[in-house]
Design a protein around this ligand. Structure first.
Ligand SMILES: [Mn+2]
Length: 257
């Protein structure tokens, strides 16, 4: 029997991530993995998008500035430095139990490693703190190497964890990805993709949904997939699996912490 703790997009709110991990008994006061995680009984999955605060308030909070301005290079360097500090902490955490801590590559993470596109918010903010050609800092090489090694999906039997959707095309963050509206709509317009991909259950992030974690069930009331971009709403998903059973998925719960 395994318990998966699946956590949605972090977007630089690492304090909240630490809180979630501690409330799930996955992180100690020393920021390191707990015994059930070390033993592999618990498995943590971060669904991707570690970097880039979501909005103005989040940048203000991260940097301690009254009004973060992405046009100000000093502000950018401050935002980069604060995120780098926490990424180092997360790297140490994962390195201590790589068999039980899985971090998927989100589009924002790839953008921090290779800033080809300028990502922004609907409020007009631009995420350029890791774009040296626009005044930002380089992501340190050892962090870029670590993040560059993040997988784009995790499979556990017929269960899939991926950042956006079950579609393989949604795992590559190229120009097409940023013009393709299905990346944000597939779960209402074409939820059948999950079964078509031969999956028994899917767990995805990337798209924030009002009301927190969204659990989609099939006709038999069986859960088919979960949209978990809800860390900001203080929610994560717990998935119980028993690999000895023909249908390994034995329970899915949204946890409020
Ligand atoms: Mn994303």
């Amino acid at each position: 029997m395994h318990k998966f703790i699946a956590i949605g997009d972090v977007h630089a709110d690492f304090e909240l991530l630490w809180e979630a991990l501690r409330s799930a008994s996955c992180m100690g006061a020393d920021f390191l993995p707990t015994p059930p995680l070390q033993a592999g009984m618990y498995q943590v999955v971060l669904i991707g998008d570690l970097v880039h605060p979501k909005n103005q308030q989040a940048y203000n909070r991260l940097t301690g500035l009254k009004h973060f301005d992405f046009r100000d290079q000093e502000h950018l360097l401050l935002a980069a430095r604060e995120q780098i500090k926490q990424l180092e902490r997360l790297k140490a955490y994962q390195t201590a139990a790589p068999h039980a801590i899985h971090i998927l590559l989100g589009n924002h993470d790839e953008n921090a490693i290779r800033p080809h596109h300028v990502l922004g918010t609907s409020g007009g903010l631009r995420h350029v703190e890791f774009d040296p050609s626009r005044g930002g800092a380089h992501l340190p090489a050892h962090l870029a190497e670590w993040m560059g090694g993040f997988p784009r999906e995790l499979r556990v039997g017929n269960m899939q964890f991926a950042h956006v959707s079950p579609l393989p095309a949604h795992q590559f963050y190229d120009d097409l990805f940023y013009t393709d509206r299905s990346t944000k709509r597939w779960f209402t317009e074409t939820p059948e993709y999950v079964e078509m991909a031969g999956l028994s259950f899917g767990i995805y992030g990337h798209t924030q949904i009002d009301g927190g974690i969204y659990l989609h069930s099939g006709e038999s009331e069986k859960p088919l997939f979960a949209m978990i971009d809800a860390l900001h709403a203080r929610e994560y998903l717990e998935i119980m699996c028993d690999e000895r059973q023909p249908a390994p998925l034995t329970g899915v719960n949204t946890v409020l912490f």
